[in-house]
Design a binder for this molecule. Structure first.
Ligand SMILES: Nc1nc2c(c(=O)[nH]1)N[C@H]1C(S)=C(S)[C@@H](COP(=O)(O)O)O[C@H]1N2
Ligand SMILES: [Mo]
Length: 201
């Protein structure tokens, strides 16, 4: 005989904005594998590496000259917290790629690289269409260093490990390659609505 108990003692999330297995928090936890780099906007640069191996660089003034969006999104961390209605300002990735004249012919994937060596892999399509930004303001303030300031990648429709803090290079790729956490068994794509936490989910 099998006895099944469901939901006893647990908090149950009824808010439809909270994906399965996630819990709401009003805090903004900091999750970093390693030390927090302190980068001034004067030193900040974002390189875009094309399939032919050439790189184009975007400086902070270059970034500030691009169209900025204000957006409000929900964040979902694989450690099971979700933070709803976070307000940001940032530049859509499509504008970043256009600004450096990136050739997207044959590009299927992007590896995001950060100061300190963190990496995470994403399909190119998930960075386009107004779903991903280089974000530099949170809640009306310059983005704090602990959260990836001066600027981070933000891809809120995927688990938050895909949102590389202190991003300094977008490597355009034909083939997929696993990033830092993906190499430790996290899911290659990471859709919170399908609970793609680990390989095989
Ligand atoms: N460069 C870098 N980016 C990173 C990480 C990291 O360790 N280094 N951690 C990831 C993980 S696992 C999560 S959950 C989020 C956490 O973002 P937060 O610290 O702003 O909450 O950043 C992601 N981006
Ligand atoms: Mo995470």
């Amino acid at each position: 005989m099998t006895v099944v108990s469901r939901g006893f003692g647990g908090r149950r999330e009824v808010d439809p904005r909270v994906p399965p297995g996630q819990y709401r928090t009003d805090d903004f936890p900091v999750l970093t594998a390693g030390p927090t780099p302190l980068i001034s906007t004067g030193d900040w640069a974002l390189d875009v590496t094309s399939l032919d191996g050439t790189s184009q660089s975007l400086s902070w003034p270059d970034l500030m000259a691009l169209p900025v969006e204000e957006f409000t999104v929900d964040l979902h961390c694989v450690t099971k917290w979700s933070k709803l209605g976070t307000r940001w300002r940032g530049v859509p990735i499509a504008h970043v790629l256009e600004a450096v004249g990136a050739d997207l012919e044959g590009v299927e994937h992007v590896m995001a690289h950060s100061h300190g060596g963190y990496t995470t892999n994403l399909p190119l399509q998930d960075l386009l269409g107004g779903q991903a930004w280089i974000a530099f303001e949170f809640d009306g303030e310059p983005l704090a260093a602990a959260h990836g300031g001066p600027a981070r990648l933000l891809v809120p429709h995927l688990y938050l490990w895909k949102s590389a803090k202190w991003v300094n290079r977008l490597e355009l790729r034909q083939e997929d390659q696993l990033g830092f956490w993906e190499n430790f068994g996290y899911h290659a794509y990471g859709d919170p609505w399908r609970e793609q936490r680990y390989v095989g989910d």
